[in-house]
Write a protein that binds this ligand. Structure first.
Ligand SMILES: [Zn+2]
Length: 498
């Protein structure tokens, strides 16, 4: 087959895959937002059929031959085509190395593991989850060996979510985090506490929805292409750059929960909506990795959304929508939303303590995969780390080792990306400030210069560059976690008069 003809076929293949992703994604999104509760079984049936068709298309003989052919002619392709072929070819190679019976058995185990975890969490029964967790760890060790035979197991797991990420890089990052942030968190815990009672009360749903619209407008999310819905656990999904959906959860007793969900998910949506047009409908049309994605969402949520300048910008709107805030000044709002307290649940953690939750999971995962920690001893090790790093006692496994769905879903090696993303964002701010007047943009209420920098350096590239390459280009220097540490030290030392 001629290369040109093969490229046309590749384009058709990707559009067809995108159509499957679109359909499955929409069904998933509907399931998490609007679908009636009795629809799950029907949805599962439909998704299984579509998933099978999509899998056949991705791994069928015709696709394999097409990609092998193009892979042999990489030098005739342009940069975008080359990257697409490389990515798809690598995926197929990975799949080929996993024996079919092992793959099928793992899908079954995954389903069992998620069901058992749900029950175990509900009933606070770690012993129920223990045997299946043990099987999940063993299965993931084997899968890592098949997929990345040249890499040590935990490196292979990290590489799955963040191409090029290694244990060595993570170790040096988390070493700095632990050394620098644990003492800071202790100092904050011992300082005079911030009063955040103004965040609690009754904040009607209708008013909170108006706040969501306003926040999306401030972020310059194009509402013709970005929708919002309500869900239990907020998330973002994008079908293409032209159809991105965020979701939030309204708590009538505290408006800030949904407010920061909208800003966080809005950060993901900005990224998903802005890859260059020539990447749309290709496998490079979304964000490149989890940590780069989190660098965008957490940049908006924390570095922008919890900054003094941003709070000053939106405070008048908050007072207009919620009359009980009419006597509250900007500074009181800024302090309340930046209150830091060590807590049990990762997803509810504040900006300062969040990374320690990730560090704890990272350390435990390594010990589990190194065989240095047994699943029997996991809850004890979890509780000890919460005491050492955050100074708190864990009263139950439900609020401890059973809280996250990740391990039951086989997502070992995934957690570090949350913390790395936060740290990347802080260094991006430093670089951005060299050419963009961030404070000035917030004071004027026009965030275009901030978005402009992010689009130019991150968003437009979609999946064209590997995460490490993209970051190096954007930062113009090696990644250094001290930018993040210094940002947190400066911010919290001022708030808590340290
Ligand atoms: Zn996120």
């Amino acid at each position: 087959m001629e290369v040109q003809q093969a490229l046309q076929k590749l384009d058709q293949l990707q559009r067809k895959q995108q159509a499957y992703q679109h359909a499955m994604g929409l069904i998933d999104f509907d399931g998490a937002t609007a679908a009636p509760s009795g629809a799950a079984a029907n949805r599962g049936e439909t998704l299984a059929i579509l998933g099978e068709e999509s899998y056949k298309l991705a791994t069928g003989e015709e696709t394999v031959a097409l990609l092998d052919g193009l892979y042999a002619n990489l030098n005739e392709l342009d940069e975008v085509q080359r990257k697409i072929v490389r990515n798809l070819h690598e995926e197929i190679e990975n799949m080929r190395r996993v024996p079919m019976d092992e793959y099928v058995a793992y899908q079954r185990l995954l389903n069992e593991s998620q069901n058992v975890w749900h029950k175990a969490k509900e009933t606070n029964d770690y012993a129920l989850f223990m045997p299946v967790l043990e099987k999940m760890i063993a299965a993931n060790k084997r899968l890592a060996g098949y997929m990345k035979p040249g890499l040590p197991t935990y490196d292979a797991l990290l590489d799955r979510y963040e191409k090029g990420l290694t244990r060595e890089k993570c170790d040096s990052f988390f070493h700095v985090i632990r050394r620098e942030l644990v003492p800071l968190i202790h100092a904050v815990s011992n300082a005079a506490q911030v009063d955040d009672r103004i965040l609690f009360g009754h904040f009607p749903l209708e008013q909170q929805k108006k706040l969501s619209d306003y926040l999306m407008e401030v972020m310059k999310l194009d509402r013709a292409h970005v929708g919002i819905a309500e869900t239990e656990h907020p998330f973002t999904t994008s079908f293409t750059k032209y159809d991105v959906r965020i979701s939030t959860h309204y708590h009538e007793e505290n408006f800030s929960y949904s407010m920061f969900s909208v800003i966080h998910e809005g950060g993901h949506a900005l990224y998903d909506a802005h890859p260059a047009d020539n990447l749309a409908y290709t496998v490079l049309g979304g964000g490149v990795s989890m940590s780069i994605h989190e660098s965008q969402s957490r940049f908006y949520e924390n570095i922008i959304g919890r900054s003094r300048g941003y709070i000053r910008l939106i405070a008048p709107k908050l007072r207009e929508l919620f009359p009980q805030l009419s006597g509250v000044d900007d500074e009181a709002l800024y302090l309340a939303i930046n209150k830091s307290t060590p807590s049990l649940i990762r997803t509810e953690a504040d900006e300062l303590t969040y990374c320690l939750h990730i560090l704890i999971r990272y350390e435990l995962e390594q010990q589990l995969f190194d065989g240095k920690l047994s699943v029997q001893d996991l809850p004890g090790a979890w509780n000890k780390l919460y005491k050492d790093c955050l100074g708190i006692e864990v009263p139950s496994d439900r609020e401890g080792v059973l809280q996250d769905m990740h391990w039951s879903g086989g997502l070992f090696g995934y957690f570090p990306s949350y913390a790395l993303g936060s740290a990347y964002g802080a260094q991006m701010l430093h670089v951005m400030k060299q050419t963009v007047d961030v404070e000035g943009a917030l004071a004027k209420g026009d965030l275009a210069p901030i978005n402009g920098w992010l689009e130019k350096n991150i968003w437009q590239y979609g999946g064209l560059y590997d995460p490490g390459e993209l970051l190096a280009k954007a930062l113009g220097a090696p990644f250094d976690p001290m930018y993040y540490v210094n940002y947190l030290k400066e911010k919290y030392s001022e708030i808590y008069h340290l």
